[in-house]
Design a protein around this ligand. Sequence first.
Ligand code: NAP
Ligand code: MG
Length: 482
Amino acid sequence: MQVYDKIYIGGEWVEPDGTGTIDVVSAHTEQVIGTVPDASPADMDRAVTAARTAFDDGPWPRMTPVDRAEGIKRLSGALQARSQDLADTISAENGSPKSWSLMGQVFSATMVLDAYANFASSYGWEDRRQGALGSPVLVRRAPVGVAAGILPWNVPLFIAALKLGPAMAAGCPIVLKPAPETPLDGYLLAEAVAEADLPPGAVNVVASGRETGEHLVRHPGIDKVSFTGSTAVGRHIGEICGSMLKRVTLELGGKSAAIVLDDANLDEATLGNLVMSGLMNNGQVCGAQSRVLVSKARYAEVVEALGAAVGALKVGDPLDEAVQVGPLVAERQRTRVEGFLDAGKAAGARAVVGGGRPADQATGWYIEPTVFADVSNDMKIAREEIFGPVLSVIPYGDEREAIAIANDSDYGLCGSVWTADAEHGAAVAAQVRTGVVAINSSMILDFNAPFGGFKQSGLGRELGPEGIDPYTEYQSIILPAS
Ligand code: NAP
Ligand code: MG
């Protein structure tokens, strides 16, 4: 049992205002594995005040970006020292397979922080230019102010790093709110922050439920909100921020397509990558390529190969390093995914493998890794984000139709093209209306390049040096003419 009774605010471990607690339940054992305070709006007020003081009066926004980069590196180091503990904690919280957890949950987070330590020194913080009216102008990127980071449960530490890296580089104090399913890794993060010796209030970590989270979003002391989670909640948060003219970044859901072109060489390794592009983290990633588009000419062959590969995945305890697919995060999430399985079958899709609960798991919120064939793009399973280990294989006629199907979605986050001709693959990728497209790869993002959605998948970008932009405001200082 990991029991925490304090909250990390203003560089200190403080007593919570109320007595509410959040129980964290293992996705595999269904037992309570930890308890943390359920922060109240008064706790959130204290966190915003600490961050506000750090911004208005503290050294953090006044330090050079290069000095702040040292703080980012110290945080990355403190997290790396806890990497096993973090990976085990996250796997227990949300069912992420340990085999994926270390890289996808922890090292990817520290790599993002390391990337932002570098971007901090090379980013264009200032540009001195000749003005049009005779005076020189200094165009600065000023920090946007105090930020709030609202985190989901699926890749909690990594998504925290997507907010921390650019906020810290820009000198914006931040209040992070972990999701109630995954606050324990947030406590390990807070311990690492404490060890990184940052100015008080630069980073605050306050786990809470929905009402207190919305209190944070609405708080007049917050200048910028960065949210990752569902499109429904993102739209709501966007409305609040719009009405208050707060800056907002929204990283939301997806229904991405893997386009398998006719010349694709689907050897065992490539097929494994294709499967992982849809099923990584048990299918609980926003960039999951849950629609696999295959031409009618190769349909039967690819469906059979995908069925065999997915059927061979090892399902079970996420802490077992041989396991490739763990349980879903919560019972309500399994119920939701079962609703999609029923909808797929009712609409005439054929479960080639999977389609239900595995028989051999006594506890845990498991769903069998599933491949649906004979899916058409108008079915519910092809339109809505399932967030579970379910692939839908959709047939297409020619390449033009493949691109049209990929684009026939409310979402626009990720995608991939599988082909023997990488140059042609890139030309196809350019016609896909999504924020990231990979060629012959299961990567849904690269730390050095912007990541984010077209259409209902979000607003704004994270990652790359461009990820710093939303934590800044342009300020033009018109200098005296010489
Ligand atoms: P969610 O409801 O969007 O929650 C994400 C985060 O936002 C959580 O910390 C949540 O806390 C918080 N939140 C919810 N309503 C809020 C509000 N009004 N004001 C401030 N914060 C608020 O996601 P979920 O319930 O965990 O999962 C539901 C579905 O979202 C999934 O099935 C999946 O489709 C999608 N999802 C997408 C991503 C992604 O990366 N795109 C990540 C996670 C989930 P509370 O839980 O306390 O409300
Ligand atoms: Mg939730």
